[in-house]
Design a protein around this ligand. Structure first.
Ligand SMILES: [Zn+2]
Ligand SMILES: [Zn+2]
Length: 265
């Protein structure tokens, strides 16, 4: 299983940190986790094609986590090359269905690609799904009434993506024993941000869940990546990394590794 960070930022519009988006490649399947603005541009710049994406998972309906749904839905309907090649699935909390219907109505029905091009799966916390060989589990995230945290498993490897969340609920259970936990931090340990984990809380959750490694992401300008890693690492004994746009991690039987040649600069 390979993870590519396409957006390690937030709502802040920054050159180096695009809004949240991650590509997961496993079992011959490509899944996008969240579609912050710029997600498709980052994917295209990485050399992949939009038509190769089998599924899109949305964590919650804040604009910076789903804004690139709009150009995707529009392209699936009106780009004849993409519409002929793509066969993808959108997975999101059931609470997003009326929001997307309202967006489609506001745009006069232009955001409603046919079912043979895009399958919609509306889920509730605890529901399960599958995309090819990738098995998907969910739990409620503690952030927005329509937030879901996600667990992806394939080939004996497992990844948990919380999206934005505070600690609590079923999150530690969802993440139990996963190879990699992607945690969105926001605010500092001294000044935490409501609805989010601060860096030390990310480390505490990783330790409580017994995960193999921790990836911190969702960096606001006020949060220094190096300080965040140090803070989380004080609470969690496994590897801790700070995400940056373009980072790749491979989940292997021997643990989580960073392929050579991928550097921050
Ligand atoms: Zn966010
Ligand atoms: Zn949010």
């Amino acid at each position: 299983m390979r993870i590519t960070v396409l957006g390690s930022g937030t709502c802040e519009l920054r050159a180096q940190r695009s809004s949240p988006a991650y590509l997961v490649e496993a079992g011959g399947v490509r899944v996008m986790l969240d579609l912050g603005q710029g997600a498709w541009r980052r994917l295209l710049d990485s050399g992949r094609r939009v038509a190769e994406v089998d599924g899109v998972v949305i964590s919650h309906p804040h604009p910076d986590h789903m804004a690139d749904l709009i150009p995707w839905l529009f392209a699936l309907k009106y780009d004849p090359v993409l519409a002929a090649q793509a066969q993808s699935t959108l997975l999101a909390h059931a609470g997003l269905e009326p929001l997307l219907a309202a967006l489609d109505q506001a745009w006069s029905g232009w955001l409603n690609p046919p079912l043979e091009v895009l399958t919609r799966r509306w889920l509730e916390p605890g529901d399960e799904a599958a995309l090819g060989e990738v098995r998907i589990g969910t739990a409620a995230a503690v952030h927005h009434a329509h937030s879901l945290a996600w667990r992806l498993e394939a080939g004996g490897r497992s990844l948990v993506y919380l999206g934005d969340s505070e600690a609590g609920g079923e999150l530690a259970a969802l993440a139990r024993g996963a190879d990699l936990l992607i945690c969105h931090c926001a605010g500092t340990d001294q000044e935490p941000k409501a609805g989010h984990l601060h860096p030390a809380a990310c480390g505490e959750l990783a330790a409580a869940a017994g995960v193999g490694a921790l990836l911190l992401s969702h960096f606001y300008r006020v949060v220094g990546p190096e300080e965040a890693v140090a803070s989380a690492a004080a609470c969690f004994s496994g590897p801790v990394w700070a995400a940056f746009d373009g980072l790749q991690l491979e989940l292997t039987a021997g643990g989580v590794v960073r392929p050579a040649g991928i550097c921050e600069d």
